[in-house]
Design a protein around this ligand. Structure first.
Ligand code: UDP
Ligand code: MG
Length: 347
């Protein structure tokens, strides 16, 4: 970040509130009450100015109505209603772009990210860290499948990714205003948050906590979406799957050349015997399989490029509560997202 670091400093003072919680919510009607009951006392105790930015990510239950009720009782609760379900990562992006706090804390609505940890995050931030990561100490509350798959995934991405991605760190963390601004300046559409956060760098510190089981409702991650999440993470943060094919191809070509020499020599010495259907067929199959796989890998990256090239907005806002009155450069009510782009254009 060599561009005008001083330019960002006044923004810190300019932040209307000190702490913003950003809460993506998809069908969380069952837990909303418990969530506010747990979070509000913690924040009140800290005696800070705060806001809770809730993003309704296309819920089909009463989540939005509950949020509106909650806002009537406490106008520090702000609501962004997305036009449909965009997925957690994009809901989070929407929230981060509209949060105004000097420090921003993304947190899950299901209380799996314990609110009691918030004061510790803030304390570290006050010590001068830009990003305070909350690391899960144990995942004993998750299912065995989720634990094993998460472990494998972190292993794999840790090996493949060009930037180290910390293990067992979710989206629950504290981000300083300048990290949030830096995040908003990234142009990419595919938001693999874990990777993006790692790529950003800044002064980071990690604290640990134990992850609780969901209070109510059920996890929205299905096996298939976890798989897609993993593919997206790998393809947007590593070009290794693309490059490996040149090595595999070279190895195969060398092997095939060797085999060819062997066949020719054998034919010269011993003449033609029974035509080898089996070997021919298996070699063809092997290579066809590899070609298919490598095409598939190419396809993954091309699909990723396709999404980037279309330059669609990351999400659309249907309605929002609590942002209208904010002055200056908040364009919260304009659904065309990406305020960083518009601001840059204005310069
Ligand atoms: N979430 C969301 N949109 C989605 C899926 C999930 O906003 O499409 C929210 C959800 O409401 C919750 C958070 O993301 O606040 C984490 O979701 P969940 O608990 O289902 O995931 P897990 O804890 O199993 O990783
Ligand atoms: Mg959860």
């Amino acid at each position: 970040m060599d561009s005008e670091p001083n330019d960002q400093m006044p923004r810190l003072q300019a932040s209307p509130v000190e702490i913003s919680l950003v809460v993506p919510m998809n069908n969380e009607a069952e837990v909303i009450g418990a969530f506010f009951e747990a979070v509000v006392p913690v924040l009140d105790e800290m005696a800070v100015d705060y806001e809770i930015v809730c993003i309704n990510d296309g819920s089909v239950d009463a989540t939005l109505e509950f949020l509106i009720d909650a806002r009537e009782a406490d106008n520090r609760i702000k609501i962004i209603d997305l036009s449909r379900n965009f997925g957690k990562e994009l809901a989070l992006t929407a929230g981060l772009e509209h949060a105004s706090g000097a420090a921003v804390i993304p947190i899950d609505a299901d209380l799996q990210d314990p609110p009691e940890v918030i004061p510790q995050l803030v304390a570290k931030w006050r010590e001068g860290y830009d990003m305070v990561l909350a690391q899960r100490q144990d995942r004993s509350s998750d299912t065995l499948f989720k634990r094993v798959s998460a472990r494998l995934f972190y292993r794999l991405i840790g090996r493949l990714s060009e930037v180290p991605i910390p293990q067992d760190v979710g989206d629950f963390r504290l981000l300083d205003r300048r990290v949030v601004e830096a995040l908003a300046s990234l142009p990419e559409r595919t938001r693999f948050m874990k990777g993006i956060f790692a790529w950003l760098g800044f002064k980071q510190v990690t604290i640990t906590y134990a992850r609780d089981a969901r209070t109510a409702g059920e996890s929205k991650w299905r096996v298939w979406s976890l798989w897609n999440f993993a593919i997206e993470g790998i393809t947007s943060f590593s070009s290794f799957p693309l490059r490996i094919w040149s090595y595999v191809g070279t190895a195969c070509a060398l092997g095939a050349a060797g085999y060819m020499v062997y066949v020719i020599v054998r034919t010269i010495l011993f003449g033609v015997d029974v035509p080898g259907y089996a070997s021919l067929l298996s070699v063809i199959q092997l290579f066809n399989g590899m070609i298919m796989v490598s095409l598939g890998v190419l396809g993954e990256y091309i699909a990723r490029m396709f999404v980037e090239v279309k330059r669609r907005p990351l999400y659309l806002i249907r309605d929002c509560w609590g942002f209208e009155e904010s002055e200056d450069d908040k364009v919260a009510t304009i659904p065309m997202t990406r305020r960083s782009t518009s601001r840059r254009a204005a310069r």
